[in-house]
Design a protein around this ligand. Structure first.
Ligand SMILES: CC(C)(COP(=O)(O)OP(=O)(O)OC[C@H]1O[C@@H](n2cnc3c(N)ncnc32)[C@H](O)[C@@H]1OP(=O)(O)O)[C@@H](O)C(=O)NCCC(=O)NCCS
Length: 148
């Protein structure tokens, strides 16, 4: 599976596909109120945001975003619900860490939820603080950082 996936920079015409990924993961992993934030993020088409392709379809997206010399942000990482648990998120993390190291940054900030934080912890991130209901009712925000 992982050998068949490829990556390219996010383009404006990926927006619908990305929002479909969000919808597949809502409300299990995202609060409905976060959709507008994601759409706004996509409209800004931030440098560093990538889509992951499999068989011609967008099956995931993530990005190491920001221009800070020391810290960048891992933003809006999501994998299609149809292909979760197959190692694709781990490939995103490997790429993120490789890109961060190449840019010589100190580390990566991650604004996770209580549901995704264990995944980032597995990849070396540590929890800084928790904000109860920080993403919406029942969806707690966990701020983390991953030192490189
Ligand atoms: C979190 C996410 C990106 C992980 O991607 P994935 O492709 O499913 O992850 P992988 O298959 O690479 O999993 C790697 C390991 O992490 C574990 N893992 C994955 N998601 C996990 C989670 N939410 N909690 C705990 N462990 C998790 C897997 O069990 C696997 O463990 P193993 O190495 O012991 O087998 C994906 O599940 C996703 O898109 N979730 C919904 C959106 C989301 O919550 N994004 C984060 C927003 S901050």
């Amino acid at each position: 599976m992982n050998t068949a996936i490829s990556f390219r920079c996010y383009a404006a015409n990926d927006k619908d596909a990305c929002l479909r990924l969000f919808d597949e993961n809502c409300p299990a992993f995202f609060s409905p109120n976060e959709r507008a934030d994601y759409a706004q993020f996509l409209d800004a088409a931030p440098s560093g945001y990538e889509v992951c392709m499999l068989d011609g379809a967008v099956i995931g997206a993530y990005g190491l975003v920001g221009a800070d010399q020391a810290w960048r942000h891992l933003n809006w990482i999501l994998v299609s619900a149809k292909v979760q648990g197959l190692g694709i998120g781990s490939v995103f993390m490997d790429r993120t860490i490789r890109i961060g190291k190449a840019a010589n940054i100190v580390g990566i900030k991650i604004a996770a939820s209580h549901l995704s934080a264990p995944f980032f912890a597995k990849n070396g991130a540590v929890q800084l603080q928790m904000i109860e209901n920080g993403w919406g009712i029942g969806m707690h925000r966990i701020d983390m950082e991953l030192k490189l």
